[in-house]
Design a protein. Structure first.
Length: 319
């Protein structure tokens, strides 16, 4: 009789607990190819889930690389894809208990990223100049050697030539610091998670063969640096949101509730609207249109906000 009672209690508990949705569903949301770039072929099955568990269970120091100053001919070069996604990851890392969280970018992106990170306690912004000195190299090596997790979200990555190019093939020389050195200088055991949407972002070298076979991505711009775990998304910001949401889901399997962790790790709709408006006030531009406006990769802000809402709903398990 006692065994039957225990079984009844167990069955009631299981039926009362909403099933944990698969983190893979987050990849389905961000991998719709909303930008019509043919990025679905760049998705690595399982990498988002693995990356989410790594972010949720690691600790210590995390470095988030970002910055893609693709509007090279404008007075303000930073694009709207990158700062929001990096801020979302940084927010999640702080909530998950990392002792050191740093967002690293180029000096030309400093004002925009400072605006994006406004109000995020516990996040340091570190900028390196394009005229990279030996002192800068020493500082970078010191940071890299002490980090426990390296993440790149919409960070320009070097092609086979060693140069970094926009999707239109424009060389960004004179704007970028060689932040890809973080990958070379970190300890070999430290995981590197890359997030990209076009093939020229740091970490996309993991699917270099697919990039070379891609009909619309020039071999000349394809990044050769490999990530251990690659998150391909329609928009890199969406990949950042998905990683934060996935980490919240993974963390809730060990402590707390899904809602508690999602609330801590994932930004709200209004927070993202405010963040992007702050970035635009600093001259941030849509990387596709080149306009100083709150759009991302040529798509209305509402498209990104709907993606964020879908990710949040899925992470909460109420879809």
């Amino acid at each position: 009789m006692r065994i039957l009672v225990l079984l009844a209690v167990l069955l009631h508990t299981l039926s009362a607990t909403p099933p944990m949705p698969s983190i893979q569903k987050l990849q389905d949301i961000i991998g719709t190819d909303a930008g019509n770039r043919g990025m679905k072929s760049l998705i690595v099955d399982g990498d988002l889930e693995k990356a989410s568990h790594i972010l949720a269970t690691s600790n210590g120091s995390v470095i988030i690389l970002s910055g893609f100053p693709c509007c090279v001919h404008d007075s303000a070069t930073t694009e709207t894809d990158g700062p929001p996604g990096s801020a979302a990851i940084a927010r999640a890392a702080v909530a998950l208990g990392y002792t050191s969280v740093a967002v690293v970018t180029d000096t030309c992106n400093q004002e925009v990223f400072a605006a994006a990170l406004e109000g995020l306690d516990g996040v340091n912004l570190v900028c390196f100049p394009a005229d990279f000195t030996e002192a800068d190299r020493s500082k970078l090596k010191e940071m890299a050697s002490s980090c426990d997790l390296l993440i790149a979200c919409e960070r320009a990555g070097p092609a086979a030539s060693g140069r970094c190019y926009t999707m239109r093939g424009t060389d960004m020389k004179g704007l970028l610091a060689p932040l890809e050195l973080f990958v070379e200088c970190k300890k070999q055991s430290v995981p590197f998670i890359g997030i990209g949407d076009g093939g020229n972002e740091l970490g996309m070298g993991k699917v270099l063969d697919r990039l070379h076979a891609h009909p619309t991505i020039s071999n000349d711009i394809a990044c050769v640096t490999k990530a251990d775990y690659l998150i391909a998304a329609s928009v890199s910001n969406w990949g950042g949101y998905a990683l934060a949401a996935g980490a919240a889901m993974a963390k809730s399997q060990h402590s707390g509730t899904r809602k508690e962790w999602v609330d801590k790790c994932v930004p709200t709709r209004q927070e993202e609207i405010d963040l992007l408006n702050r970035c635009v006030e600093k001259g941030c531009r849509d990387g596709v249109s080149g306009k100083v406006e709150a759009t991302v990769d040529g798509m209305p802000l509402e498209t990104s906000l709907q993606c964020l809402a879908d990710l949040t709903t899925t992470a909460l398990g109420s879809s």
